[in-house]
Write a protein that binds this ligand. Structure first.
Ligand code: SF4
Length: 364
C-alpha cells in the first residue's frame, strides 16, 4: 500500500468490526441516542500568576457534543480552545464546572478517570513530540492497550491492524521509529494510537495544521472515514475556518475564554450572528469573487486575559459596542430556529442596546 493512500470505507468498516471483537471493554451507548456524548457545564480554568494575578483561560463555558457529530472549535490564539481540549481530556484539573460523558459524571463512581481516558482520546498538533522517539511505531500504538490489560501479542496484533486502517502498511512501517516517517505518516500513527483503546470521543487539537495541504486533505478524508467506521464523535479544533467548515456539523466560536456563538455549521457560516463571528469569517480567504465581504476586518489583538474587559469581553473591538456592552456581560442565549446560541446584547430581545429587537410579548 502506498503510504499516502488509505483503505476504502467498506474495508475500514470490516476492520472496525474485527476490532470491536477484540476491544478492551464494551462501548455501550448507555445514555441512549438523545443523551449528548459530552455535556460540559460551567467549565473554568484560571492559571495563577505572581502577585495574585490570574489568566482566565476558560471562564465558565457550557456546551454539549452530540453522539456521532463533529463539533468544530474556532477562535484566535489565546481564546481558550486548547485549554478547553485539555480540560475535556482531564489533562488539566478544572477550577469549577463538571462534565458528563454519556450521562455519567467524569471521574465519578460510574465513570472513573482511567475508563474515561480510554473512551476519550486526543491527537495533538505536533506529531513528532507526541511519539516516544525510542519506541517503534508498532510499540507506541500497542502501549495503551497493554496498559489497559491486553496481552502483548494481542496488543501488537491490534496495533498492526490499526496501522493498516490508517493507511500505513504494517509490513513496511511497524518497525520504524518516528524520525523515519514524514509528518503526515506520523500523524496517521498518532490517530492509530488514539484508536487503539476503542474510544468514543476524539479531540483533534490542530491535528492537521502542521501538514502540507495535500497531506492535510488525505488525513481529513481519513478522519471522516474513520468517524463512520468506528462510530466516533469528534471535537475538532483549528484556526483554519475552511477546514472547520469541511469537517464539522456544528461550530463553537470562542473569544477570550468564553463561548460567543455556537450553532450548525452551514447556517452559522451563511449568517453569523455575533459581531466577532462575522469579523472572523470576513477574514476567511475565499476563491469566490462573489463571496467577497465588505465587513470591516477585525482590528487589534485580543485584550489581555489577565484582566479581561468588563461586560462583553469583545466590546473594545466591537463596532456596535454601546454603554450596556461595557457594563453587562451578555449571556449565551438561543437565537432563531436552528439551535443557534449567541452571547450578544444585539440578539437579546428587550436588551438596552439600540440594535436589539423589542422585548417578546408575554401572552398570559
Ligand atoms: Fe458588540 Fe455589544 Fe454584542 Fe459585545 S454585546 S458583541 S460589544 S454589540
Amino acid at each position: 500500500m502506498h503510504p499516502a493512500a488509505h483503505p476504502h470505507p467498506d474495508e475500514l468498516k470490516a476492520l472496525a468490526e474485527k476490532s470491536r471483537a477484540v476491544k478492551l471493554l464494551p462501548n455501550a451507548d448507555r445514555g441512549g441516542p438523545a443523551t449528548p456524548l459530552l455535556s460540559v457545564t460551567g467549565l473554568t480554568k484560571h492559571f495563577p500568576l505572581a502577585r495574585g494575578a490570574v489568566v482566565r483561560a476558560v471562564d465558565g463555558v457550557d456546551f454539549t457534543v452530540k453522539k456521532g457529530e463533529t463539533l468544530g472549535v474556532v477562535g484566535e490564539s489565546g481564546c481558550g480552545k486548547s485549554t478547553t481540549a485539555r480540560l475535556i481530556m482531564q489533562l488539566l484539573d478544572q477550577d469549577a464546572g463538571e462534565m458528563l460523558f454519556d450521562g455519567e459524571l467524569v471521574g465519578g463512581l460510574e465513570l472513573p478517570l482511567k475508563e474515561y481516558r480510554r473512551q476519550a482520546q486526543m491527537v495533538f498538533q505536533d506529531s513528532y513530540a507526541s511519539l516516544n522517539p525510542r519506541m517503534t511505531i508498532e510499540a507506541s500504538v500497542a502501549f495503551g492497550p497493554q496498559v489497559h490489560g491486553l496481552s502483548k501479542n494481542n496488543a501488537i496484533t491490534r496495533a498492526r491492524d490499526l496501522l493498516a486502517k490508517v493507511g500505513l502498511d504494517p509490513a513496511r512501517f511497524a518497525g520504524r521509529y518516528p524520525h523515519e516517517l514524514s509528518g503526515g505518516q506520523r500523524q496517521r500513527v498518532n490517530i492509530a494510537r488514539a484508536l487503539a483503546l476503542s474510544p468514543r470521543l476524539l479531540i483533534l487539537d490542530e491535528s492537521v495544521s502542521a501538514l502540507d495541504k495535500s497531506v492535510e486533505a488525505q488525513v481529513l478524508n481519513l478522519l471522516l472515514d474513520l468517524r463512520e467506521a468506528f462510530d466516533l464523535t469528534y471535537v475538532f479544533i483549528s484556526h483554519d475556518l475552511n477546514v472547520v467548515r469541511f469537517m464539522s456539523d456544528r461550530v463553537m466560536v470562542m473569544y477570550l475564554g468564553e463561548i460567543v456563538e455556537i450553532g450548525p455549521v452551514e447556517t452559522l457560516y451563511a449568517a453569523p450572528a455575533h459581531p466577532y463571528t462575522r469579523a472572523l469569517l470576513a477574514a476567511m480567504p475565499s476563491m469566490d469573487p462573489d463571496r467577497r465581504t465588505e465587513e470591516a476586518p477585525l482590528a487589534g489583538d485580543p485584550p489581555n486575559p489577565i484582566n479581561p474587559p468588563p461586560g462583553c469581553r469583545f466590546h473594545p473591538r466591537c463596532p456596535f459596542a454601546e454603554a450596556l456592552c461595557c457594563a453587562v456581560r451578555p449571556e449565551l442565549s438561543p437565537v432563531g430556529e436552528d439551535g443557534r446560541q449567541v452571547a450578544c446584547h444585539i440578539n437579546t430581545p428587550g436588551a438596552r442596546h439600540s440594535k436589539a429587537p423589542p422585548a417578546l410579548e408575554i401572552i398570559p
